[in-house]
Design a protein around this ligand. Sequence first.
Ligand code: UDP
Ligand code: MG
Length: 240
Amino acid sequence: MTTITSISIVVPVYNEEDNLPILFAEIDRAMSRTNKDWHVIFIDDGSSDKSLDVIRTLSEKHDTVRYVAFANNCGQSAGFKAGFDAATGDVVVTMDADLQNDPADIPAMLQEYERGYDMVIGWRAKRQDSLVKKLVSRFGNAVRNRMSHETVKDTGCSLKVMRTAMAQRIPMLTGMHRFLPTLMKMQGATVSEVKVNHRPRQHGVSKYGVWDRAKATFFDLLAIRWMQSRSFNYVIKERK
Ligand code: UDP
Ligand code: MG
C-alpha cells in the first residue's frame, strides 16, 4: 500500500489551443473527486497557434496551473522530460492534451497505484482512431513485446501514473516516451495496467504520420533492446 500526497499532471502540448480549456475543466472536475493535492504542468512544445496564450490565461485564473514553454518544437519525449523535472508531486500523471485521454479515468488509476505499484498504465481497450492507425499500432505492440520480452498491451497510451522519483531517473531521449513501462521496469518498477476510455480527436490535427512513427519506433526498439541487455540493478551489501 502507498498513500499519494500530491500529484503533478504532466501534459505536453503542441498546437492544441481549442482543446486546452475543455481539458483543464475536465481535469479539475476529475481531481476534485480525489481529495488530494494536485496541479497541472502544461509543457508548451513550441506551439505556433495560441496554445501558450491559453495556458498563460489558465495559469492566471487557477493556481493549480503551472507551465513550461519551450522556445521551439522538441517533441513529446522532451515535453514529458521537462514535466518530470518540474514535478513536485510524489506521483506524476501523464496524458495527451487533445482530449483523446479522459481525465475521468485518473481517480481509479491513482487508487490502483495506491495498491502498491510504481506505475499504472492505461489500456485503450476501445481505441477511437483510424483503422490503419489501430492495425499498425497492434502490429507494433506485438513486435515490441516480442523483441523486448514485454507483455504490455498498450504502451502508446499517454495516460499513465508514475512514481516521480523513478520517472526523473529515466534516460529520456527522443522517442523514449513510447517505452516508458520498459524503462521503468529497468529500475525495478512494478507496473499495472487498467482499461481506460479513449475518444476521437475533435479539435486540431494529429502530429504524427503513421508510417514515419512506425519506422522511428522500430529503430528506437533496437536501442531499448540494447539498453535492456546492459541494464543493472545493484544491491548494496555494505557501505561506510
Ligand atoms: N505533442 C507534443 N509535441 C509534438 C507532437 C505532439 O507535445 O511534437 C503532443 C500533442 O499536442 C498531444 C500529444 O502529444 O497532446 C499526442 O499527439 P497526437 O494527438 O498528435 O498523437 P496521436 O493521438 O495522433 O497519436
Ligand atoms: Mg491524439
